[in-house]
Design a protein. Structure first.
Length: 323
């Protein structure tokens, strides 16, 4: 009986070992499958009209394809309420991470907190959102870059303009980031003695609206001899208005974000300098950060993106982007 009991004990120990090995294999297989599952990343942009946003999406799509992630792009078309709803929908879909280019940097916070509470990492690109719900921020220093452009303008006025500078501004007052650019630019150029700010008009981040606002600005202030646009739609609208009213010989134009119209203006000599971001890098870095955060890896709280001030001296290297 003792021998039989001993044999049974040995058999039980062996069977238990086999079960543990099989369980381990099953567990390892499940873990490996979990690590290799396709990640789904949400990307809520501002609109899909401006070159900046379409390029940031392109950069994100290319990086997502490279790493085998699924990218879900949402377009609120400049509507902050719709943008919040889209973030909430992505949370309900249980995506692995969400990239957001915010329209309203304060109004978007509740939706971002909802994502964070669901343990979904939030990556803020371009616009700066001050919230603990944001895992990482990717963008340029908009104020510093606008200050740099303002210093370029100050030198331009001093070196080339014989008459006092009379400045008009085409902004986008519904865009926190463009208001930041506008304020930093104006604070800088106001240091130039004799410069007068004639008016600030609101293009609402829409090209056609910016064109109409620019035409009204020119009509109301025929003495205007220098102009600043705070973003791509504003600059495209301003450039179109300059051409339609034949103001190329009268106005010196400065602004943010290249386009075909801006490059043509640089070549013709009336667009003097444009701050150019590299939007595809925003999308690319956004997806990189999203993948790492979804896998519980560390990512820097702030990732800086470069800018270039484009003039007639270096515009050739950007022409291929707008063919």
């Amino acid at each position: 009986m003792k021998i039989f009991a001993g044999k049974m004990k040995i058999i039980l120990v062996v069977m238990l070992g086999v079960l543990l090995v099989l369980g381990g294999c099953s567990s390892n297989g499940s873990s490996s499958e979990g690590n290799n599952k396709q990640l789904t990343i949400g990307f809520v942009t501002i609109n899909q009209e401006a070159y900046f946003f379409t390029e940031s999406i392109r950069g994100a799509e290319e990086q997502a394809k490279k790493v085998g992630a699924k990218l879900v792009v949402q377009n609120p078309n400049n509507d902050p309420v719709k943008q919040n709803n889209q973030i909430e929908n992505l949370v309900n879909q249980k995506v692995d991470a969400i990239i957001v280019d915010s329209i309203d940097t304060k109004g978007v916070i509740p939706a971002m907190k909802q994502a964070a509470n669901a343990h979904i990492p939030v990556i803020s690109i371009d616009a700066i959102v001050k919230s603990k719900a944001v895992s990482t921020q990717i963008g340029v220093d908009n104020a510093e870059s606008s200050k740099e452009l303002g210093e370029y303008v100050n030198k331009y006025i001093k070196d080339t303009m014989k008459e006092p500078a009379k400045l008009g501004v085409v902004g986008a007052l519904n865009s926190f980031i463009q208001v930041m650019r506008q304020d930093a630019f104006l604070d800088t150029v106001k240091q130039t003695s004799g410069l007068k700010v004639l008016n600030v008009v609101d293009g609402k981040n829409v090209q056609q609206t910016a064109m109409t606002a620019s035409e009204n600005l020119m009509t109301g202030h025929p003495e205007m001899n220098i102009a600043f646009a705070s973003g791509e739609p504003a600059l495209v609208g301003l450039a179109s208005a300059v051409k339609s009213q034949n103001k190329q010989q009268k106005l010196s134009v400065f602004g943010w974000d290249l386009s075909k119209q801006a490059i043509q203006g640089i070549e013709e000599g009336w667009v003097k300098a444009v701050v150019q971001q590299h939007p595809e890098k925003f999308g690319l870095e956004g997806v990189k950060a999203a993948v790492k955060l979804a896998k519980k890896q560390k990512v820097a709280k702030t990732i800086n993106a470069p800018v270039t001030i484009v003039t007639k001296d270096n515009v050739d290297q950007f022409k291929h982007l707008f063919k």
